[in-house]
Design a protein around this ligand. Structure first.
Ligand code: BG6
Length: 487
């Protein structure tokens, strides 16, 4: 199969925080891969902007290093990198002062191309950058801003940030990134649900027993301890990534695949979520890796706070009060230092109501698993007859569609989440970005949970590194007569 790459229109992309970790790991290597794929036009310009004093030549050298370190194995001829670097400039800028702005303004003036400003900086600077852009006449209707998470740390701060950005930019110009929405299989969720007749009639409480969403990581907090300890798994993962997955799996079919139709449906899901009862939440904190304590210390050592009550694991049972889902629980789980890196959504259907086979004592259920990473694909567990003599003994086997096997070469060029999202910014397509009201609604749901822990001084339960979380998480499921899928 041949993949179709449609070049985007010429654009100017300014990356504030252009020397930072995200720019080096994701944004710049991602742009390079789009360049190699022929999607980035030869007259597009990228401007790195940061506080550091350096000239364009030094910045290009930094970009080149970042690409060799994080660019993956994307096939690209030697001269192509040189050509790509020619399209990159650098400006040393002060987000809160005057330095660099006149130069940036001059660079951006006189073109009628798409202008995108990527705020890959601390959220405390979002408002300043927006104000500076307007002050220097760069907040015109052709311009877009891209803001990274965290978008606030609770409803109040998210509201304030939305208000500040709205002073300078219209909602249609604000692209709030949740990189999970850019993942190939996350979009496939919508394709599977709304491109097939097979699933949708069964996609409701009458046929679905429960749904599990797991995002498990093997890494610890690493060098991000200071940020992470103020966030925890709930703010860092659940409020955004897991809730987005929940919305896509639970939402009603939008009338069209367009930004507002999709986001309206997602918002309805968030607003239909019941408050979570305290005994339906399990929080955990990882212990050191046995035998490797220096390299992989316990959470509290990693964040340098021996009394930290921040969770590195959280599991909870959510209920959606609407006609489609009343009675079907959604179990969400995410954590660091778990047994494997695995993100999966599993739809567990109800058992068959009656077994007609005398030899078969059990009842059977179908299980649909959508693997986001690694080995993206879909598995449907079906019940068949065990081969051979001995009567009608039934077994459950997986019908496995691993996308890499099914799609071959086409899958090999698949696009990283950041690449896709940046190209969508240039194309002006907000479908895979969070709208301001969505973010606020998500905080409105998670805030009371976090406030509850704080009020009760809740202490997360320790769990072994390399396990699947604390035993309270297993118990949360067991109480309902269910089990987590193996990570
Ligand atoms: C980020 C979180 O948003 O997502 C990190 O801040 C987490 O803590 C990361 O590790 C996971 O993303 P991915 O794409 O590796 O699953």
């Amino acid at each position: 199969m041949v993949s179709r790459v449609i070049p985007v229109d010429p654009f100017d992309l300014v990356i504030f925080g252009g020397t930072g970790d995200l720019a080096r790991r994701k944004i710049l290597p991602g742009l390079f891969r789009r360049f190699c794929a022929g999607q980035m036009p030869a007259d597009a310009r990228i401007v790195g902007a940061a506080r550091t004093d350096m000239d364009t030549a030094a910045y290009r050298a930094m970009v080149s290093d970042a690409i060799s370190e994080f660019g993956g194995e994307f096939a690209c001829e030697g001269t192509t990198l040189e050509k790509f670097l020619q399209q990159i400039d650098y400006i040393s800028i002060d987000a809160r002062g005057e330095k660099g702005w006149a130069e940036l303004q001059e660079k951006m003036s006189g073109t009628d191309r798409v202008e995108a400003y990527y705020f890959s900086v601390s959220p405390s600077l979002f408002g300043d950058l927006a104000e500076r852009l307007q002050h220097w006449g760069m907040a015109d209707h052709e311009s877009r801003i891209v803001v990274e998470k965290p978008f606030g740390r609770d409803l109040e701060t998210a509201r304030a940030l939305n208000k500040t950005l709205a002073t300078y930019f219209a909602e249609s110009q604000i692209y709030r990134i949740d990189h999970y929405l850019g993942k190939e299989t996350v979009q496939n969720l919508m394709a599977v649900r709304f491109g097939n007749m097979l699933f949708e009639p069964l996609w409701n409480a009458q046929y679905v027993d429960h749904i599990q969403i797991t995002v498990a990581e093997t890494v610890g907090v690493g060098g991000r301890g200071e940020y992470y300890d103020k966030s925890g798994a709930m703010r860092d993962m659940v409020q955004n990534h897991l809730m987005q997955l929940l919305c896509l799996i639970a939402m009603e079919p939008p009338a069209r695949f367009d930004p507002d139709a999709v986001r309206d449906e997602k918002l309805k899901v968030i607003r239909a979520l019941d408050p979570v009862e305290p005994h339906h939440i399990a929080r955990g904190q990882y212990l050191a890796e046995v035998g490797n304590e220096t390299e992989n210390p316990d959470y509290r050592t990693a964040v340098n706070d021996p009394r930290s009550h921040t969770e590195s694991f959280v599991a909870l049972k959510a209920k959606i009060s609407n006609w489609r889902w009343a009675g079907t629980p959604f179990y969400l789980r995410t954590g660091k230092r778990m047994s494997a890196r695995s993100s999966e959504i599993t739809v567990v259907f109800k058992e068959t109501p009656h077994s007609i086979f005398a030899e078969d004592a059990g009842r059977h259920r179908n299980v649909l698993s959508i693997r986001l990473q690694p080995n993206e694909g879909i598995t449907l567990g079906v019940t068949i007859k065990e081969p051979g003599p001995g009567g009608m003994r039934l077994i459950d086997v997986p019908l496995d569609m691993t996308f890499a096997d099914a799609l071959g070469d086409q899958d090999a060029d698949h696009v990283d989440a950041y690449e896709r999202l940046i190209m969508d910014v240039i194309r002006g397509n907000q479908t895979l970005f969070m709208r301001g009201d969505e973010v606020e609604a998500a905080w409105a749901w998670t805030d009371p949970l976090i406030q509850g822990w704080e009020a009760r001084n809740d202490v997360p339960k320790p769990y072994d590194s390399g396990s699947d979380g604390p035993t309270v998480s297993t118990e949360l499921m067991r109480r309902d007569g269910r089990e987590w899928r193996k990570v």
